[in-house]
Design a binder for this molecule. Structure first.
Ligand SMILES: [Fe+2]
Length: 584
């Protein structure tokens, strides 16, 4: 049997959908990209529609829908929490809702397979790692009751060895400090990681005081410091007393205290995770490790695990947070239906989202008043043009091919710049990102020459690990204060046009690297469609937009679009969208 399986994650954050056709992952996308609502948790109606279309499937051809967590277990934990807060008698959460919504919103009449949350995470890493035998560590905030699980994957089987249950959670420890530092939980954890290298490890002892027993597979929080169970904030007043500091207000100035706390947290996280993978290695004897769950997006800890941990090979699921749960749920449902694991080759790229035809973009542009250059049929000239613009210091919005699945832009929906320029980080922040100045940007580099510029052991195609910079070039725009960078290696097999651009830029400048950041405005999802890219271009100050084979300069935009945007509704995506729609 070669089943068509749809995987779904939803109702928490980062709802996503994917399709496995005969065990092969053919499409995956997050709902936020279509609805333009960041971290959209709704049943992924539009991502589902896209995935079926991409896979060439009709609804009756879907053999099974796999949902990434057990709604009954989740409701049980939520009820337990609300009874702690409000006492018994409160109406419990609606445990039937996810499956009811899947049937109602997506029109599914056939079987729905439930896969537990941490099993979905574990399977999403293991079955796409290419390993036949691997230890699997999953660490997140919480899924149903579990917050950290240890497992061993062999062939088509994943056996769970141990679990840590809510409220004890390494993910929630990290999120609690994220909240204490004035950043948004489930969004600001990356900022804490970026802030850490600026600080000194002055609060390591205090942070260890937040942790109780943590030997072997165990992990306990000392709950008197945490508010997420009973309070209105993630942390309890006792945390401020312990640290001798009050929590930072959001958007306020970042003090040395914040930097020091972030640094201390990173150290405690590194030590905790290293101890856990060592225990897992002792238990499994496996040579390979798979990492998943939101905590596996911590690139600094990933580097420590690879460099100092006991495993020869490490695979991190690129969409390690709950979006990736859709992949694992689908993979496990495939195993249940067939008795066999899905495709055995490792995940080579995450260009699993929609692409848009060059002819369609041509029609879109031809219908509007924007001036543009048309490079159809002459990619070499397009690449030369873009490389020259980058060399001249331009910031480029780069839209090509299928959209990436997961949180990183990897050359499909990217903003690109010259990493050698001192001012490039500030410029991109001023033009488009408007994000905290301390956060470094990441480099994309041709895989063949990556080792000349970074101290890395092999390919790193998903930007999931930091490595020391050892380039003979000065690369201030992508080098963090501690001399590291979050590297993406690019092989022509994965994205031929992006590889050719890196090569062309390298030939012109001697620098086969580009600064690569995601194509979006602050607080918005990464662009999905050509129109999204155009709207982001209009509302930012990016110099040039490359929409597949077309190049649009800022000066080529009609003045009315830009004026209208600056004069009227700078915060309203919908408002500008309507104006541009009338033109396009
Ligand atoms: Fe999770």
């Amino acid at each position: 049997m070669s089943p068509n399986v749809v995987g779904i994650s939803a109702h928490y954050h980062d709802a996503a959908c994917c399709v496995l056709r005969a065990g092969r992952l053919v499409a995956a996308a997050q709902e936020e990209r279509f609805t333009r609502r960041k971290h959209d948790p709704a049943i992924p109606r539009r991502a589902f529609r896209y995935c079926l279309e991409e896979a060439g499937l009709t609804l009756p051809q879907v053999d099974c829908v796999a949902y990434y967590e057990n709604p009954l277990l989740k409701a049980e934990r939520q009820s337990w929490m609300s009874q702690r807060r409000a006492g018994p008698g409160l109406a419990g959460p609606d445990a039937d809702r996810p499956l009811r919504d899947i049937r109602r919103v997506l029109g599914i009449e056939g079987s729905i397979e439930i896969v537990r949350h941490h099993q979905s995470h574990a399977a999403g890493a293991y079955f796409f790692s290419g390993f036949e035998d691997a230890a699997i560590l999953t660490v997140d905030g919480v899924g149903e009751w579990e917050t950290m699980t240890f497992a061993h994957g062999r062939g088509a089987e994943i056996r769970q060895l141990a679990a840590v249950n809510f409220p004890h959670s390494i993910g929630l420890l990290y999120s609690t400090i994220t909240a204490f530092l004035g950043f948004e939980v489930n969004d600001g954890e990356y900022k804490v990681m970026g802030l850490a290298p600026y600080g000194r490890p002055r609060y390591v002892d205090q942070l260890w005081d937040l942790v109780g027993r943590h030997d072997g597979p165990n992990f306990e929080l000392r709950l008197e410091y945490f508010g997420f169970l009973d309070g209105d904030t993630m942390y309890a007043p006792a945390l401020a007393e312990l640290l001798g500091h009050s929590p930072r207000s959001p958007e306020s100035e970042l003090t040395p205290f914040a930097e020091d706390l972030a640094r201390s947290l990173q150290i405690v996280l590194n030590e905790l995770l290293l101890a856990k993978v060592r225990w897992l290695h002792e238990q499994t004897g496996a040579e390979a490790l798979c990492l998943s769950g939101g905590v596996a997006l911590n690139c600094v800890a990933n580097h420590r695990i690879r460099a100092e941990g006991p495993f020869f090979r490490v695979f991190v699921q690129p969409a390690a947070s709950d979006a990736g749960g859709a992949l694992g749920a689908a993979a496990l449902a495939h195993v249940r239906l067939t008795g066999e694991r899905p495709a055995t080759e490792p995940l080579d790229h995450v260009f699993l989202g929609p692409a848009y035809s060059v002819d369609g973009i041509a029609r879109l542009l031809a219908a509007g008043p924007a001036r543009y250059r048309d490079f159809r049929g002459d990619e070499a000239r397009l690449i030369t043009d873009v490389a020259a613009r980058l060399e001249g210091g331009q910031v480029i919005g780069w839209f090509h091919g299928r959209m990436e699945f997961g949180p990183r832009a990897l050359g499909g929906r990217s903003i690109l710049g010259d990493p050698r320029r001192d001012d490039m980080r500030d410029r991109i922040n001023a033009l488009v990102k408007k994000r905290e100045a301390f956060r470094p940007f990441a480099p994309a580099v041709l895989e063949a020459v990556a080792a000349e510029h970074f101290d890395l052991p092999g390919p790193s195609p998903f930007m999931l690990e930091t490595f020391p910079v050892r380039s003979p070039l000065a690369l201030p725009a992508i080098t963090h204060v501690d001399g590291s960078a979050r590297v993406q290696t690019v092989h022509p097999r994965q994205n031929p046009r992006f590889a050719r651009l890196l090569d062309a830029f390298g030939r012109r400048t001697g620098c086969p690297l580009l600064l690569n950041t995601s194509f979006n405005l602050r607080g918005e999802p990464i662009v999905c469609t050509p129109l999204d890219a155009m709207l982001c271009f209009i509302r930012s100050d990016i110099d040039t937009l490359v929409l597949e084979d077309f190049v649009i300069e800022r000066a080529g935009l009609p003045a009315s679009w830009v004026e209208w945007w600056h004069e009227t509704a700078p915060d309203s995506f919908q408002a500008v969208s309507n104006v541009v729609y009338t033109f396009l």
